[in-house]
Write a protein that binds this ligand. Structure first.
Ligand SMILES: Cc1cc2nc3c(=O)[nH]c(=O)nc-3n(C[C@H](O)[C@H](O)[C@H](O)COP(=O)(O)OP(=O)(O)OC[C@H]3O[C@@H](n4cnc5c(N)ncnc54)[C@H](O)[C@@H]3O)c2cc1C
Ligand code: SF4
Length: 496
């Protein structure tokens, strides 16, 4: 560390967001452009370069955080980029999207605000692109072995990049018309502009990775034929089978899954559509589900100029401070957080309730009612206790003419016939079963990312992509690999 007293003299300062009134009038990223670089060097200087860096352990990729903090505080951006890319293929994605379990594990966070690790990561990644520190790295020689990767989300992309760089010939099959998985169709533009995705795809093409879009394996391509044609197959098809809400009135028009709604907004930003057919404009929107997917619906509905937006969370409102008994440092605590989208939702709320939160906590949906044309008009809910038991006398109704269900995902989508066509065994919870080497029950077929791990995070998807690539390389080369892999634990549920 350039300044051993940095953590004593410099307060935590985050990359500022644009005023919410401004950013809800466009789809650009929420942060003030150009405002990160001037502050990030001093922020990196707050790192104490701890003997045992818990942040490093808390990051699923094992990012070498104290090393690149030190390099940034000394303005050695090229070396910082090299150390960052040594463990993370796509730091500009995690620098924008990761919930940063590393910061919860930062030693400074025991009694002070943590180092802004995620911001430092993003600054290094963005500057690396600007300065040309990340040119394509095609392999020096080809192995003559071939790999098919099914799915082009962060897990498939990380696996494909690692395997291509190791000299294998890799083709990525994607059923959508564009590459990126949930980074493309799911995560809104205001959280990550798609130019970052395009830049990486360009890099991967230049390295030799092949992409086959609009090709659903199991439907457009025969699975047995695919298995026979390639030396190995990696299944990284995500966990997009969504949970349903089985309450009276669910069949009414105007009630949609979040993942029916969000991709249409992505398509508007891509220029495919002028308006979303499910636009929230002028409608009373209720989002059922308190997680990040629900928050993405919220930010999207605000930008579409909804009349009102409410997000229901079945859990009680968490506290603002870590509960040291239940969730001690360095675990990732459940805290009351005001995301950018929650801040923006206040735009729709009239004074004097301008400070009100768009979320209703400890609320459970009872039923929907509609008009004579069969369109939803109201959502009826009840307050619940910690055991999700209804609390008498807390029933109420909300006006609702667009309801979005964001209740999570159970496992891979089986409609294309990929899972059943290959005869893949599943875990009881519906994810693809695999051993510690990421191998499924079908010889030569491996599984990674949400498809095998269950609904998780971008950082875990990249970590799994890197780890499955090392396992496939070992399989193809008869026992050795030059590919580094994060150490997991891959059998543990998501930690953030
Ligand atoms: C709305 C939303 C917002 C999120 N926001 C965040 C966030 O801010 N931060 C974060 O860390 N995580 C976030 N997540 C979670 C994160 O996006 C996922 O954990 C991650 O994308 C999983 O990566 P993956 O590569 O395993 O799968 P996916 O990204 O789901 O990609 C799988 C791909 O496989 C393709 N596919 C499926 N079947 C076939 C087939 N038969 N043939 C060909 N292709 C196929 C799919 O079309 C898809 O493109 C969010 C998730 C959602 C739904
Ligand atoms: S990837 Fe996430 S956990 Fe890892 S260093 Fe970056 S922000 Fe932290």
């Amino acid at each position: 560390m350039a300044d051993p007293k940095g953590f004593l003299t410099t307060p935590r300062e985050e990359w500022p967001r644009r005023p919410s009134g401004e950013r809800t009038r466009d789809w650009d990223e929420v942060y003030v452009p150009g405002a990160l670089l001037p502050i990030v060097g001093r922020q990196a200087d707050r790192c104490m370069d701890c003997g045992v860096p818990f942040c490093h352990e808390a990051c699923p990729l094992g990012n070498l955080i104290p090393e690149w903090n030190d390099l940034v505080s000394r303005s050695d951006w090229r070396a910082a980029s090299d150390r960052l890319h040594a463990t993370n293929n796509f730091p500009e994605f995690t620098g924008r999207l990761c919930p940063a379990p590393c910061e919860a594990g930062c030693v400074l966070a025991i009694n002070q605000p943590a180092v802004t690790i995620k911001n430092v990561e993003c600054a290094i990644a963005d500057l690396a692109w600007e300065e040309g520190f990340t040119p394509p790295r095609p392999p020096e020689r080809l192995s003559g072995r071939t790999v098919a990767v099914v799915g082009s989300g962060p897990a498939g992309l990380a696996a494909a990049q690692q395997l291509t760089r190791a000299g294998h010939t890799v083709a990525v099959y994607e059923r959508d018309d564009r590459i990126g998985g949930l980074l493309r169709y799911g995560i809104p533009e205001f959280k990550m502009e798609k130019q970052h995705l395009e830049r990486r795809i360009g890099q991967m093409r230049a390295e030799g990775t092949l992409f086959r879009t609009s090709t659903a394996v199991g439907r457009d391509v025969d699975v047995a034929g695919l298995r026979a044609r390639y030396d190995a197959v990696v299944i990284a098809s995500g966990a997009t089978a969504w949970h349903e809400l089985a309450v009276p009135g669910r069949e009414l028009a105007g009630i949609h899954q979040a993942m029916e709604y969000l991709p249409l907004a992505n398509r508007v930003c891509e220029g495919d559509l002028e308006h979303s057919p499910l636009s929230a404009a002028g409608r009373h929107v209720v989002i059922v589900g308190g997680g990040d997917t629900g928050a993405d619906c919220l930010g999207t509905a605000v930008r579409e100029r909804a009349a009102s937006v409410t997000q229901l969370d079945i859990y009680a409102q968490p506290g603002a401070e870590r509960d040291e008994e239940a969730e001690p440092w360095p675990t990732y605590p459940r805290l009351y957080r005001l995301s950018a989208a929650h801040e923006e939702a206040r735009e729709l709320r009239s004074a004097p309730a301008a400070d009100a939160d768009a979320r209703l906590f400890a609320a459970s949906t009872l039923r929907f009612t509609g008009d004579e044309r069969g369109h939803v008009r109201a959502l009826h809910l009840v307050g619940v206790d910690a055991g999700r038991r209804p609390k008498p006398g807390t029933e109420r109704s909300l006006p609702a003419d667009l309801v979005l269900l964001a209740l999570g995902f159970s496992g891979p989508d089986r409609r294309d016939g990929l899972v059943d066509g290959l005869g893949l065994e599943l875990e009881p919870r519906g994810t693809i079963a695999r051993d510690r080497d990421f191998a499924t029950n079908v010889p030569g077929v491996f599984a990674a990312g949400d498809a095998a791990r269950g609904q998780s995070l971008v950082v875990w998807a990249i970590a799994e992509g890197r780890a499955v690539a090392a396992a496939v390389d070992r399989h193809l080369s008869g026992g050795t690999t030059r590919l580094p892999a994060p150490v997991g634990p891959y059998d543990r549920p998501m930690t953030a």
